[in-house]
Design a protein. Structure first.
Ligand SMILES: [Zn+2]
Length: 604
């Protein structure tokens, strides 16, 4: 079950945390807090507090904390979705299966819009199959689309002139106003007219098989070649995937994502029903999350032209960011999947699937095209870029595997890529076994853990500061990017930065919804215990501290590397020493700056 963020947010703020908690705990107001005996651990004096202004709870005793949804999860022992459902019921918010929190009136309207779309799909299908569209049928048969496929996907044809569909829908009892709202008609100066005329119609289904919109393709050479329904109450192109209503039942753990309707239809007709099309060019995060729910691996198969490649690249990063296992399938000779299957058959397409590349392989292959690795300059630039791609990999073993393989594939030294990755990510990017082999440097995990804990704490402190005062973002945005943060916080901060960039408000209780239990408890605790920023200086201190953490960690790494200078080349020793000097200088500068600022403040 999947709910849109906005609905979760609506449910959260429709349930006042004091009211909800009061049903379980007897609370007493003290200043800006409410206190009570913690329901999550045994205690005699209250250490459990609720802050109504922030809509969060926190326990000093057992460190449980979070927003109202997390309170319900803990106290009722429910998972996130079930807790959301319970709170929706409490607030009388209708939570239909689609996940759109809408009123009863809107629900009726939505049913009508789906009804209109269904009637229209029938009308278009009958118009095509009754032999009204010779050209359209010729086009489909030229593309080897069979009758049963036309039926399965409900393909149809819209009449060349406006009027017939409108009359049909009016006869079925649908008013013009609603037909315009469905996107099938447009209201103009001389009344309303049909949007789709003389086009092959592809009904777009939601995951349960309701018709929610249409794509229309011209039969001749006129433009635009494709036209889609506008966004309506039923049709959101960012949240739907063409063919998913069938693909989700394929029983296959791989899903192939292609660009167009015809690609999906072709694949399904060839028996490859684990395929869908994104309804715009690039995949959205919502689509990625939906796919992740049903499939283990996502195989992107876009057209080989530049637009297709760019779209694929964007889709890959996005899917990778939300934790999907992604592969790329490239079709030889710049063909699209539909062309390829028509000419080569499904078996050869299946062979391509077997040979699809991983994200890193694909990216590096694309990068390689920009560099001439026969020259020294070209090779150095390429190695740097390759290292950046590898450094992105979260899985150390995978990274080491690629490092070996790619060094071999492109004839560059393993050591040079390795040195670059260390520069970008630090030594922690590699597994201990690999490091031992490379430099024989032992890692002191104990001290690292302690540092990491402190870093994570300071990062959460910054998140807290941002949530409590959105203006803090202005103070830090030039100095820190989401990528500077540790893994879990990076995801959270990315979302916060995105929102703040769009001038949208961010509040703590909402941010908590998107965090793991450990992080949300920690954040709620920090907000309660450590956040009394009155003078606006504290957030800046945190930024300085976070930057210092980064430099310190890197300094330590270089020390370790240089301890073993015998195993390094002459050039490497010089390079690391130079970097070390730069870091020491940067740290000194920031100290001077901080001291100066302190001095100025004392003078004031
Ligand atoms: Zn407690």
């Amino acid at each position: 079950m999947y709910y849109a963020d906005e609905i979760i947010e609506e449910i959260r703020y429709s349930n006042d945390i004091v009211e909800v908690v009061s049903e379980y705990v007897s609370l007493e107001k003290k200043g800006r807090y409410y206190f009570g005996l913690c329901p999550f651990h045994k205690e005699k004096t209250p250490s459990f507090s609720v802050t109504p202004s922030l809509q969060i709870f926190n326990c000093f005793g057992c460190s449980k904390g979070g927003n109202v949804i997390q309170f319900i999860m803990n106290i009722e022992n429910l998972d996130f979705v079930e807790a959301v459902k319970l709170l929706a019921e409490k607030a009388n918010i209708i939570l239909p299966e689609t996940g759109a929190g809408i009123s009863e009136d809107e629900l009726v309207k939505k049913k009508n819009l789906i009804g209109i779309n269904k009637e229209a799909a029938r009308f278009y299908y009958n118009y095509l199959t009754a032999g009204k569209g010779k050209e359209a049928l010729e086009y489909l048969s030229a593309r080897k689309i069979m009758k049963r496929t036309i039926k399965k996907f409900g393909l149809g044809l819209s009449p060349l002139s406006s009027g017939l569909l409108l009359k049909h829908l009016n006869d079925k009892g649908y008013e013009d106003r609603l037909i315009v709202e469905s996107g099938l008609a447009i209201s103009g100066n001389n009344g309303i007219y049909e949007r789709f005329r003389g086009r092959i119609m592809f009904p777009i289904f939601d995951i349960r098989g309701n018709v929610i919109g249409f794509g229309g393709r011209v039969v001749d050479k006129s433009k635009p070649k494709y036209m889609n329904s506008p966004e309506t109450m039923t049709y959101n192109k960012r949240k739907n995937l063409y063919g998913l209503n069938y693909a989700k039942n394929s029983g296959n753990k791989n899903i192939i994502v292609v660009e167009g309707y015809m690609d999906v239809i072709s694949l399904h007709q060839s028996g490859i029903i684990n395929s869908v099309a994104s309804l715009g060019t690039a995949l959205t995060e919502s689509q990625g999350r939906i796919l992740k729910k049903y499939f283990d691996r996502i195989i992107i198969c876009y057209d080989s032209d530049a637009a297709g490649k760019n779209a694929a690249m964007r889709g890959l990063d996005l899917l990778n960011d939300i934790g999907c296992n992604v592969k790329v399938l490239e079709i030889p000779n710049g063909k699209d999947p539909d062309d390829f299957i028509r000419n080569n058959g499904a078996d050869r397409f299946n062979n391509l699937i077997e040979k699809s590349s991983s994200l890193a392989e694909y990216k590096i292959r694309e990068l390689k095209k920009n560099y001439n690795i026969e020259t020294t300059d070209g090779r150095v630039a390429f190695v740097n870029k390759m290292a950046a791609v590898l450094a992105e990999l979260d899985n150390k073993i995978e990274m080491e595997m690629y490092l070996k393989k790619l060094a071999g594939d492109y004839g560059v030294s393993e050591e040079s890529i390795y040195a670059e990755i260390i520069k970008l990510k630090g030594k922690a990017a590699f597994s201990p076994a690999f490091l031992k082999k490379k430099t024989d440097v032992r890692i002191k995990t104990g001290t690292f853990d302690k540092d990491e804990k402190e870093i994570i704490h300071d990062e959460l402190l910054l998140i807290a500061a941002l949530c409590l005062d959105n203006n803090v973002y202005g103070l830090i945005k030039d100095d820190l990017a989401a990528d500077d943060f540790t893994k879990d916080n990076r995801v959270v901060l990315k979302r916060i930065f995105e929102r703040l960039n769009k001038n949208e408000r961010v509040v703590a209780a909402e941010v908590l919804s998107s965090m793991s239990e450990v992080s949300s408890c920690a954040l709620a605790g920090i907000i309660d215990k450590e956040c009394n920023f009155d003078d606006g200086r504290k957030p800046l201190d945190i930024v300085t501290k976070l930057k210092k953490h980064k430099l310190m960690a890197r300094k330590k790494e270089i020390f370790e590397i240089l301890k073993n200078r015998e195993s390094l080349g002459e050039g490497d020793v010089e390079k690391f020493t130079r970097e070390l000097n730069v870091i020491v200088m940067q740290m000194k500068n920031s100290e001077i700056k901080t001291r100066k600022e302190g001095f100025n403040e004392a003078k004031r």
